[in-house]
Design a protein around this ligand. Sequence first.
Ligand SMILES: [Zn+2]
Length: 96
Amino acid sequence: MKKGPKKKPGAYTRKKIIDEFTDLEISRQQKWQLRRAKEGRCVICGEPKVTAWHCLKHAIANREWARKYSGSKRRNNTLTYRLASEVKGKAAKKRK
Ligand SMILES: [Zn+2]
C-alpha cells in the first residue's frame, strides 16, 4: 500500500485510505468490496477468491441464493460444483 504525501498527525485515529475508489459516489461497503476485488480476495470475508468475486464458501452461498431466487431445478457442472468436489476429494485423501 502506498502512503499519501500529506501527513496530519492526530487528525484521525486511522488514516483515510486514498486510492482510486476514494472519491467514487458509492457506499463504503461498495468501496470495501472493490478493494477486496482488486486484491484478489472474497468481497465478503477477504479470503483468497476462486471466482470473480467470492471465495469458494461464499461462491456456493451466493450460487444457492441465486438458485432460490430464480427457482432453478437443474444443476449443471459449473465452476463452483467442480471446485467443491475438488476440495472434498482432497479432504478425503488426507494428503500430508
Ligand atoms: Zn468469502
